[in-house]
Design a protein around this ligand. Structure first.
Ligand code: SAH
Length: 226
């Protein structure tokens, strides 16, 4: 693994310049938060997918990461990060601790790790945790903590969270997660099954306001571990 990643430093279709073009495209697609755009420009997305797919890593598309799962397209990763940061108007706030549900290949967690002090990321598939943990270590991403487990009830031991980002779709907002939000914190998730809508729930004291945004397409949130 060490040799593999080192020898994939990035030329041609995987270079920093290609990443720069992706950032330009994100800006055109409406991402405004400069900190999120900088994070997207920093994280080497091609190192999170299998080598055979790396030339496609910066396309605006979801890609397979094994086990029937996908890495979300760059736009939706940036969009969810912007919403988590309250950054829709251009400048968001720095995040303390963030909970991600659905670690997958670790890409979104790595992006969130640029915006937060710490990211706890839960994944129900043990083999994915086993593949992603050494990758994060090798990239020296030390503030992302992968955890094997069903994320539907959150991670009470690490709460409160300034943001909770769910990378898989569910028919309702998982109620156990709401009290794990910090004051002013936001939960961002794809809500629905066949038809999904990006949903933001914001905590103010003991009340929670829900906004529904654009349509999205995610793999389903599944119960239990594998
Ligand atoms: N953020 C990921 C996207 C992964 S796709 C990335 O950047 O690669 C969604 C992931 O959620 C899958 O890996 C899937 O196994 C995981 N998942 C689905 N249901 C889950 C649950 N209940 N708890 C934790 N992870 C879950």
């Amino acid at each position: 693994m060490a040799e593999t990643l080192n020898s994939r430093a990035g030329i041609g279709m995987t270079s920093a310049r290609t990443r720069g073009r992706m950032v330009e495209r994100l800006r055109e697609q409406g991402i405004k938060d400069a900190i999120v755009l900088a994070a997207m420009g920093d994280v080497p997305r091609h190192l999170f997918v299998d080598q055979a797919l790396e030339s496609r890593a910066y396309e605006d598309t979801a890609l397979p990461i094994g086990f029937g799962q996908t890495i979300s397209n760059p736009y939706i990763v940036a969009r969810m990060a912007e919403l988590a940061r309250h950054g829709e108007n251009g400048n968001g706030r720095d995040l303390g601790r963030v909970l991600e549900i659905g670690l997958g290949c670790g890409y979104q967690a790595a992006v969130l790790g640029k915006l937060a002090r710490e990211v706890v990321s839960m994944e129900r598939i043990a083999a994915l945790v086993g593949k992603t943990r050494p990758r994060l270590r090798q990239l020296r991403i030390n503030n992302v903590k992968p955890k094997h487990g069903d994320g539907i009830s959150g991670a009470q031991d690490f709460a409160p969270f300034d943001a909770i980002v769910i990378a898989a779709a569910f028919g309702e907002v998982p109620q156990a997660l709401l009290p794990q939000l910090a004051e002013g914190g936001r939960l961002v998730m794809p809500l629905g099954n066949a038809t999904q809508t990006l949903c933001v729930v914001e905590r103010q004291g003991d009340s929670y306001s829900e906004s529904l945004l654009e349509g999205v397409k995610f793999v389903p949130l599944l119960p239990g571990v594998a």
